[in-house]
Ligand binder design. Structure first.
Ligand SMILES: *Cc1c(COP(=O)(O)O)cnc(C)c1O
Length: 330
């Protein structure tokens, strides 16, 4: 099967499984898992922050960050189709009594900063307390540049807000920009990165920030049931992913571009950025099923489809997908 539904479907490679099997482990709730500790400090160092914390998922990393930055009755400003707003079950509201304040995301994947500035609340007892500004990079595969992120950072600083980055696919952005990832995330107080998407690890994300913020987040992680024991077997996969699977994201980006170029005739490319191609197929009826019969898995919302390249999609696979679309649509 060629699975283009998401980059979360990547399977741990033989090399990754070897380091997982050989990982030195301990009880991480006691802080005694050397491999977890190594992953946390390696990620913090890579992102230029003081501390890191291994979490079970990107959702848990974002939620721990929100809970560490905000208290009851506070609010966070967030893109209106950001993962942290739309796709995390309303966790911040449910579990933290934290109110989201959505603002529009433009075609470039960046939130509208003047809209964000306009919704920062005055210090007045009628209002929720605006505490945090959140960005997402990449957003629908689109890359926010260093200057876009610095502009958001300046806004956050001007209003004394915390600044969090949902960097689930941050390494895709860094590879696409060709810039050191620590420089890119310099404006943020906290950053969450996923190991289990394009980086190919089976489980996990890392939240980084100041030692103080991460210590607070660690308390929330425990409360959320995210205190793990011999998690070094998972952290080993994360370390392997950071070492072997970051630079190669460029291959996924090339494959996505090739895919977008190849899809002609009845297919409108809505966007193609890093490892994601969004298409609209007017005569899509049944196409998903027909592609599946040819061994190609895709997800559809009406006539729209997102195609995601990753380390288990080769350039030959891309050719097969292009062929599949063109034969089925002709
Ligand atoms: C996938 C994703 C997350 C959440 O990660 P999970 O591990 O699925 O919980 C958060 N933010 C963005 C932008 C994502 O794509």
């Amino acid at each position: 099967m060629i699975d283009l539904r998401s980059d979360t479907v990547t399977l741990p490679s033989a090399g990754m499984r070897e380091v997982m099997a050989a990982a030195e482990v301990g009880d991480d709730v006691y802080g005694e898992d050397p491999t977890v500790n190594a992953l946390e400090s390696a990620t913090a160092e890579l992102l230029g922050k003081e501390s890191g914390m291994f979490v079970t998922s990107g959702t848990q990393g974002n939620l721990c960050a929100l809970l560490a930055h905000c208290g009851r009755g506070d609010e966070y400003i967030v893109g209106d189709h950001a993962h942290e707003y739309r796709y995390e079950g309303g966790g911040a509201a449910v579990l933290g009594s934290i109110q989201p304040q959505p603002v529009p995301i433009g075609d470039d994947g960046m939130i509208d900063l003047s809209a964000a500035e306009a919704v920062v609340k005055a210090d007045d007892f009628h209002f929720a307390r605006t505490r945090l500004l959140c960005l997402e990079n990449t957003c629908d595969g689109k890359v926010l540049t260093g200057s876009q992120m610095r502009a958001a950072g300046e806004l956050a600083a001007r209003y004394g807000l915390g600044h969090h980055l949902d960097g689930a696919r941050l390494f895709n952005a860094a590879v696409a920009l060709g810039e050191p990832v620590a420089e890119l995330v310099e404006p943020f107080d906290s950053v969450s990165v996923c190991l289990s998407k394009g980086l190919g690890a089976p489980v996990g994300s890392v939240l980084v920030g100041s030692a103080k913020l991460v210590a607070e987040a660690r308390k929330w992680r425990k409360m959320l049931g995210g205190g793990l024991r011999q998690a070094g077997v998972l952290a080993a996969a994360g370390l392997y992913a950071l070492e072997h699977n970051v630079e190669r994201l460029a291959v996924d980006h090339t494959n996505a571009a090739r895919l977008a170029e190849g899809l002609v005739g009845g297919v409108t490319i809505e966007s193609c950025a890093t490892n994601m191609v969004f298409v609209d197929v007017a005569s899509a009826g049944g196409l998903g099923k027909q592609l599946e019969e040819r061994g190609i898995l895709t997800t559809w919302h009406g006539s729209k489809c997102r195609l995601v390249t990753h380390l288990d999609v080769s350039s030959d696979d891309v050719d097969r997908v292009v062929e599949g679309f063109s034969e089925l649509l002709s």
